[in-house]
Design a protein around this ligand. Sequence first.
Ligand code: SF4
Ligand code: SF4
Length: 137
Amino acid sequence: MTICGDLNCSLCCHEREVILTHEDINRLLTMGHYEQTFSRTSGHGHNLKELIFIDGSCIFLNNGSCSVYQNRPTSCRIFPFTMIDGKETIDRDCPHCSRFESDQVFISNGKEGLQRIIKDIQGTIASSNEREKASSL
Ligand code: SF4
Ligand code: SF4
């Protein structure tokens, strides 16, 4: 059982922005989900994709449980480890953040997951910038 499962908590599956990496999207596609049903263009532009939330709840939340748990996005796997204002941190919105904070394996996995997310975002932004540059020539 996970900490979240033990505590029967799904707070971070509501009212949260979840940027999807290419790896995240591919994992969800292998489950048979169509991309347009779970992903939309992020407000950050640069062709970044985010998970769809409807009425504040993640599209994959089903009766309080994640219906794609084994293939959930990296950002969900590492939460409450996250980046706020450019700094790695534990999101205090998680009511049980102190339990995660003291788990060194969790922190180490969080750092590694966050680096993968950042690398993917940087790659997507670079490709988007190149496309824009090419189209303006
Ligand atoms: S990470 Fe925190 S907010 Fe999210 S489900 Fe687990 S305990 Fe709840
Ligand atoms: S994908 Fe799963 S863990 Fe992530 S926000 Fe949606 S329901 Fe929660």
